[in-house]
Design a protein around this ligand. Structure first.
Ligand code: DAH
Length: 340
């Protein structure tokens, strides 16, 4: 073995490898070439084995050629890999696009919220967003629910690992955020996910949606609330359905009401679905408490408002005669596919 021969062998290897790399059809082929030439037992190492037969002063010369050859192979491999990689990505992107024109359907919670937003949109209500991770201040205190107030028992709360923070138990904290950021007249709708520490059954979930409504203006009355909710109930459940207000309690509204619609199953006669009362409760509402208006930065002497909160899953259950809330989270396509 002499210096000239070894140098030729290295250059031959470089040329052959360059040709193979250029012809490699995919990333797997590149990986194989890399292993075959540069790997521990690869062909470059094989050629260099001949180095031992050279006189000591010639060895560094071969080493220099070998390094140059290795560097050029590595560069060629990297360049080809980049080209093939983006080609494979392009092919995947082309192959894996979803066809948005195939018939699909909205999730029933989303469908209900879209319908609720559409109806209130006709009355000038605008949709706002509010955080899912809330602080105790907005979720409770500013809504007139101080620490240790017994009303906190209405909301079994999931706390997060940030002091003073929790997963919002309702969308009502959005009322404070809207009042603090927009000037009256306010007509706000706040749809969003809520969380509670619940024993899960056919009518309780630990994760569900709510839609909050808030109207604040000068001279807003409970009559306005009643009229608006009637329009809503008729648009959602059918014209002519009877409705009623029933006294209720919420710390953030005074007075507070439950809003009922006549039973959609029996028409008000009384049946098992409505507990034989003839009525179904669809939401809670009331006149915004002066303390809450003040916490929202508004003067209760000048402004009045009403608020309401409803569960879109409950609305959907009533509309479509769905008997189990858990269906909304199970992602069973036999269920979801029915909302075309
Ligand atoms: N936040 C209440 C709940 O989670 C629902 C509610 C009741 C909202 C009355 C309101 C309201 O805005 O006025 O049970």
């Amino acid at each position: 073995m002499d210096l000239a021969q070894l140098t030729r062998d290295l250059e031959t290897l470089a040329e052959q490898t360059a040709a193979a790399v250029a012809a490699a059809p995919d990333l797997a082929a590149i990986d194989a070439i890399e292993l075959d030439v540069l790997g521990k037992k690869g062909r470059l190492t094989g050629v260099l084995r001949g180095i031992g037969g050279l006189p000591a002063d010639e060895r560094p010369l071969v080493g220099a050629v070998a390094n140059r050859v290795r560097a050029s192979i590595e560069a060629a491999v990297a360049a080809r890999r980049a080209v093939l990689g983006s080609a494979e990505l392009d092919a995947r992107l082309r192959a894996e696009t979803s066809d948005v024109t195939t018939p699909g359907s909205l999730h029933p919670s989303i469908e209900a919220m879209a319908e609720i937003s559409r109806i209130f949109g006709q009355f000038g209500f605008v949709v706002y967003e509010s955080p899912e991770i809330e602080d105790d201040l907005h979720n409770f205190q500013l809504l007139n629910i101080p620490p240790d107030h017994p009303a906190r028992d209405l909301w079994d709360t999931l706390y997060v690992d940030i002091p003073g923070h929790l997963l919002r138990t309702h969308t009502s904290p959005g009322q404070i955020r809207v009042m603090r950021s927009v000037e009256p007249p306010i007509r706000a709708l706040l749809p969003g996910r809520c969380f509670r520490y619940e024993a899960i059954d056919a009518s309780h979930g630990s994760e569900f949606f709510q839609v909050e409504g808030l109207m604040v203006d000068e001279g807003t009355t409970m009559g306005d609330l009643r009229g608006l909710l009637d329009e809503f109930a008729h648009a959602m459940f059918g014209a002519g359905k009877r409705t009623r207000f029933r006294p209720g309690y919420y710390p953030f509204t005074e007075p507070s009401v439950a809003f009922d619609v006549e039973c959609l199953v029996c028409g008000g006669v009384g049946c098992p679905a409505c507990g034989r009362s003839g009525w179904m409760t669809i939401l809670g509402a009331g006149m915004v408490h002066p303390v809450v208006l003040r916490n929202g930065g508004l003067d209760p002497e000048r402004y009045q408002g009403f608020a309401f909160g409803m569960g879109p899953e409950r609305i959907s259950m009533l509309r479509h005669r769905i008997n189990d809330l858990r269906l909304f989270l199970e992602n069973d396509l036999r269920f979801l596919g029915q909302f075309r």
